[in-house]
Design a protein around this ligand. Structure first.
Ligand code: FAD
Ligand code: NAP
Length: 336
């Protein structure tokens, strides 16, 4: 029998430390428990919400749903050839531990994605990315329970509809419960060092994936607030990608505008826009504000409610809109 509890605090389970209560809460440790959880929810006309590490969530005071915390564990080597390995990894595994373990086995591909909080199962949802690499680059397929069709499906990389910090699982929110995935990693290391903080490694003789991993960990520890000490959800807004005409207007107005060419568009650094709007190190109601070392990270040091987090997020969006005429899109998912 699955142990479904009522009125469970979600504050320990979200990295913004928002005080929130789940009306119904269960930990999914075995896939065989799913039918019972679904039957319980259907009988009470409850929606299902899948919770991983809670590092990309803004929670309402009360979540009127059955919150399923994914703790499915397991990693296995399922195939290999001379150059590559295929791993099958359960969704409840910790992402950073998977990265560290894969590097220790001599398999590269995930080193730029070190120290991203959360679970393996959430990684495809927003197609996690850092330092020029995305999970889409390594992902072969996802095994997910389709809550609409009520069957297990295997979705290929192409079927996941990956885009910049986006996927099918984000657009069809709450439809799929990701149980495991297959990743393809490499036995021969080919580094991705385009991002500024990694470029110094280009001249290192005998560069190994471990070196990139260590460098990424060091930069992130120096720059990003540890959610255990200063609650946050990482980058709160996506970097906007604008057309050439918008870019030229902005560059005339702000010659020091930070941008990167992506395809036919221009990606602007949202952190720079917020900084320019004089919001870095500024705080609003409940002590919610923009982190002094990286304005893109909203912090919640006093563990205030979601209404304070949302009020500050609205204020940032309004200021950026006023100054640049740009609508910033929120990155974390909101559970209302
Ligand atoms: P949760 O927050 O628990 O869930 C996020 C969403 O995914 C929810 O909609 C949830 O329902 C859904 N979900 C979770 N698990 C499943 C599942 N098994 N099946 C279906 N849906 C599921 N993100 C980046 O992309 N790059 C970064 O560099 C990065 N750095 C970060 C740094 C910090 C300090 C923090 C706090 C966050 C950072 N993030 C980053 C954001 C976050 O860590 C990632 O989005 C991560 O993948 C979220 O994982 P989670 O398990 O915590 O997901
Ligand atoms: P940063 O190095 O200060 O760079 C600022 C922004 O510029 C980043 O958002 C990044 O875009 C972009 N950028 C920098 N160099 C680039 C290049 N060579 N080509 C294209 N775009 C470039 O960023 P940071 O805040 O310290 O973060 C470092 C990396 O970790 C970034 O990739 C960032 O996405 C990731 N990160 C993500 C989160 C999250 O919650 N999503 C939180 C922390 C860090 P991209 O964001 O598109 O890479």
């Amino acid at each position: 029998m699955v142990d479904i509890k009522q009125n469970v605090s979600l504050q320990p389970f979200n990295s913004l430390a928002i005080p929130s209560v789940a009306a119904h809460f269960v930990e999914l440790a075995q896939e065989q428990e799913l039918p019972d959880i679904i039957a319980y929810s259907r009988a009470r006309q409850l929606g299902l919400r899948v919770l991983g590490g809670g590092s990309n969530l803004v929670l309402a005071d009360r979540v009127e749903a059955c919150v399923v915390r994914n703790v499915l564990l397991g990693r296995a080597l399922v195939d290999e050839d001379l150059d590559t390995v295929i791993l099958e990894v359960a969704a409840g595994e910790n992402w950073h531990e998977l990265v560290a373990w894969s590097i220790a086995q001599g398999w590269s591909g995930l080193e730029n994605l070190a120290l991203i909080p959360g679970t393996v199962g959430a990684a495809p949802v927003q197609n996690i990315g850092a330092y020029g690499v995305e999970i889409a680059d390594a992902l072969v397929s996802v095994r997910a329970f389709d809550l609409q069709r009520e069957d297990m499906r295997t979705l290929s990389n192409g079927q996941c509809l990956f885009e910049y910090r986006n996927s099918l699982f984000k657009s069809a929110e709450n439809r799929y419960l990701i149980c495991s995935m297959r990743l393809k990693l490499h036995k021969t290391f080919s580094p991705m060092l385009d991002y500024g903080p990694l470029q110094a490694l280009k001249s290192k003789i005998g560069l190994r994936a471990e070196d990139v991993f260590d460098q990424v960990v060091a930069i992130r520890q120096a720059k990003l607030p540890d959610p255990k000490r200063i609650p946050n959800a990482g980058s709160f807004f996506k970097n906007p990608v604008v057309t050439g005409a918008v870019f030229q207007r902005l560059q005339r107005q702000f010659p020091d505008l930070v941008f990167f060419v992506v395809g036919s568009g221009y990606k602007l650094a949202a952190g720079w826009l917020i900084d320019k709007a004089d919001l870095r190190g500024q705080f609003g109601a409940g002590g919610v504000g923009c982190y002094s070392e990286q304005a893109l990270v909203l912090i919640n040091p006093e563990r205030a409610s979601s209404s304070d987090v949302i009020a500050w997020s609205d204020r940032v969006q309004q200021r950026v809109e006023q100054l640049f005429g740009l609508a910033l899109e929120v990155e974390p998912r909101f559970w209302t």
